[in-house]
Design a protein around this ligand. Structure first.
Ligand SMILES: Nc1ncnc2c1ncn2[C@@H]1O[C@H](COP(=O)(O)OP(=O)(O)OP(=O)(O)O)[C@@H](O)[C@H]1O
Ligand SMILES: [Mg+2]
Length: 245
């Protein structure tokens, strides 16, 4: 693995505090093209804050994020999106009043695709996310599992190189979790998109990820294969003990 800012993604010593409380404390890691990496940890561990920083919604107090060798931590969210990083939101945010298809077309249109290109792109992504037959429904009328898949579809529609998924399995029943796992694996194989996924569903990260990063109180307490992580004493103490109960 490359060891520095020439990696596909390199997060270097990132820290961020809110009102004096550290949400992320000196976190570093890297990701290479095509990997699926899971980010786990208890509530309030700093997982979403890390995504907020990578996607440019907030700036770190210290440290830098490099994407394809370029420092991006001072860039605006739309600039980062144009560079090829897309994210989903933990609280699903479909655009109300627009159909499922229109929701997915917004991304490609914003990236200067033509209308017909955007429609073709959106339709093929809706097929991948098993939402093709819902294309004309108003997005707010979808069920929760469908809204979660729409959130992934909207992020994918910009043809990202890096996809940041924030708890896209939360609130789903086991059969829907399995469906999402299969869809994400297919997306990764077909598009070679690199995926960072925040998840509490251990079954999902065990099935999808080659590597897991564990955050606790804003610090990275472990990084290893899923199998090794389940045996890591600090991780069992701070997180898995409660998750596996
Ligand atoms: N905009 C903000 N203003 C103030 N505090 C914040 C802000 N965003 C996050 N925090 C705080 O930073 C800490 C980390 O929050 P974060 O949302 O990153 O956790 P998380 O790991 O995503 O948790 P969860 O699993 O519950 O989603 C928490 O203590 C949270 O209250
Ligand atoms: Mg979160």
């Amino acid at each position: 693995m490359k060891s520095n800012s020439s990696s596909f993604l390199f997060v270097e010593n990132i820290s961020k505090s809110f009102k004096g409380l550290a949400a992320i404390n000196n976190v570093s890691f890297q990701a290479e093209k095509g990997e699926i990496i899971g980010i786990i940890g208890p509530n309030g561990a700093g997982k979403t804050t890390l995504f907020q920083i990578i996607s440019g919604f907030i700036q770190p107090d210290h440290g830098k994020v490099y994407f394809e060798g370029k420092a991006i931590s001072n860039n605006k969210p739309y600039e980062i999106s144009l560079l090829g990083i897309a994210r989903t939101f933990q609280i699903v945010k479909p655009l109300r009043g627009l159909s499922v298809l229109e929701n997915v077309m917004i991304g490609p249109l914003a990236h200067s695709f033509s209308f017909s290109q955007s429609e073709d792109q959106a339709l093929s992504i809706l097929r991948l996310l098993e939402l093709r037959d819902k294309k004309d429904i108003l997005a707010e009328n979808l069920t929760l599992p469908e809204k979660k898949r729409l959130e992934v579809a909207r992020a994918l529609a910009t043809s990202p190189k890096l996809l940041l998924l924030d708890e896209v399995m939360a609130g789903l029943r086991p059969t829907e979790v399995d469906r999402m796992i299969a869809i994400l694996q297919q997306i990764n194989q077909q598009t070679e998109v690199t995926i960072l996924m925040i998840e509490h569903a251990m079954r999902a990260v065990m099935a999808c990820c080659e590597r897991l990063i564990v955050l606790h109180h804003g610090e990275k307490i472990a990084e290893d294969t899923p199998k090794a992580i389940t045996k890591h004493p600090d991780v069992i103490r701070s997180y898995l003990g409660q998750e596996l109960c």
